[in-house]
Write a protein of this length. Structure first.
Lengths: 248, 248
DNA sequence: TAGACATTAACGATGCGTTATGGTTT
DNA sequence: TAAACCATAACGCATCGTTAATGTCT
């Protein structure tokens, strides 16, 4: 008879628990080679080796199902499993990295800004969620990089400039000015400049942005940035932008 | 009566499922403000807002329990929750980054090396697990950096040099040479040099390495690197090292 | 009356931890 | 006979997804 161990021994050797080995038996991942007449599990040398493979692959993050596939089927599937695992890990790293930046930003706001409430955090988070919905991962990276380049101060300032822009446009609209007048065309140029600054001139990002405004509605998007714009203002501003284009 | 919605409406508005809202109700996270006489749930404006906060905090990775705490207790706990979340995220990023390096390495071995089997992968993984057990995260980063600096070729070569070193020592031992003879002292110097190269001269890493060998047993550690050393060889080599030290 | 929408109830998935109850080995 | 060790069975966790059986709104 070769060396055969009982569950407790095997558990000690591998650092797993007896319960875990029971589980592996139950799901057919690692069956004991025999049982004693009274039903006690006996594991042979081959099972010990198999268990080592199991714990190793588990360490890599494979699910028990995937591990079973890797160990039963020929090794062709193991390479694919590793490829898939790499992809999963990279996805996670990307998400987590972006998430960390967001949470850190929120914590900083909470610590420094006075009026920072859960309400405000919520808005910021909703903007982020919207971004993840409309920008590709690659675009998100680009945007993050640009944010780092221009700095927080400039971003705050740009926010104010948007505010002023809307206020000025609303005033013009209320006064009944023709949207194609010179004053509005100047404001339309300012608008285009702010957008260009945000997109960094990237046409893909501009397209995604446009798509976001179209799908969500401009007022909703801006509301999440804490800006209220009266209905009809956008159509009015768009006329000015159109006038600009037909000039060129 | 204010605006009050039924589950389906609320679900559509937020993109959640009806089941999820049922769940939030069941665990007391979001209760409808009223019910119709027939038991249908009715949500008011306040509940809609609360749900927005819930989904936002959920996006950050907080558990439903934590979210409930953040929303019921004053906002002091939310900052702590974010701090904790940042820590968790950073831990994960660290682990995932190391894991990615490992899995990529294993995949590359599988693709290029001929004799790469699950057995070999298992050994590599076990070495990694052992390392995570004995080296601190900071030390692991240092080791990773050194590995990148010296390059794979040098690592392979060092492996061979270790092999040769053991072979030479074994020959000396078998021939009954005194471990304090000049030849063995030369080998002991070679041994020290290889260790220094691995540790990069870092004493903390050297200490962790020594601890690993002491706890796991030298033969076991080396076995995971695919090297077999006869029993007694280590004691013999240690005598030579001791002789070196007493020289100095 | 049909069709959309609501309700409660209960199992499923992941990977075991944690009792509970009782037999086996030494 | 006591101390370890073993067995099976079943609930628990976290967060809902997924039927299922049945009642309500319009």
């Amino acid at each position: 008879m070769t060396t055969s161990m009982r569950v407790g021994d095997l558990a000690k050797r591998t650092g797993l628990t007896v319960r875990t080995l029971h589980h592996y038996d139950a799901i057919g991942l690692l069956r004991p080679s025999t049982r004693t007449s009274t039903g006690h599990r006996l594991y042979g040398k081959k099972e010990v080796e198999r268990l080592q493979h199991i714990t190793s692959l588990r360490y890599l993050g494979l699910s028990l199902d995937e591990i079973r596939d890797c160990l039963t089927k020929p090794e062709h599937s193991i390479e694919r499993a590793l490829e898939m695992q790499i992809e999963r890990i990279e996805e996670q790293i990307g998400r987590q990295t972006r998430l960390r930046a967001l949470v850190q930003h929120l914590r900083d706001r909470l610590r420094t800004a006075e009026g920072a409430s859960v309400d405000e955090l919520t808005r910021t988070i909703e903007v982020t969620i919207m971004h993840e919905k409309y920008y590709s991962p690659e675009q998100l990276r680009q945007l993050e990089q640009r944010r780092a380049e221009v700095g927080d101060d400039r971003i705050q300032e740009a926010q104010r400039e948007w505010q002023e822009l809307f206020t000025a446009c609303k005033k013009a609209m209320d006064e009944g000015l023709d949207p194609t007048c010179e004053e509005m065309k100047a404001l339309a140029r300012k608008r285009a400049a702010l957008i260009r600054e945000f997109t960094g001139g990237d046409l893909g990002i501009a397209a995604s942005l446009a798509n976001m405004y179209r799908s969500e509605g401009p007022a909703n998007v801006l509301a999440r940035h804490g800006m209220q714009v009266p209905s009809g203002l956008f159509e009015y501003m768009d006329k000015a932008t159109a006038a600009l284009r037909s000039d060129a």
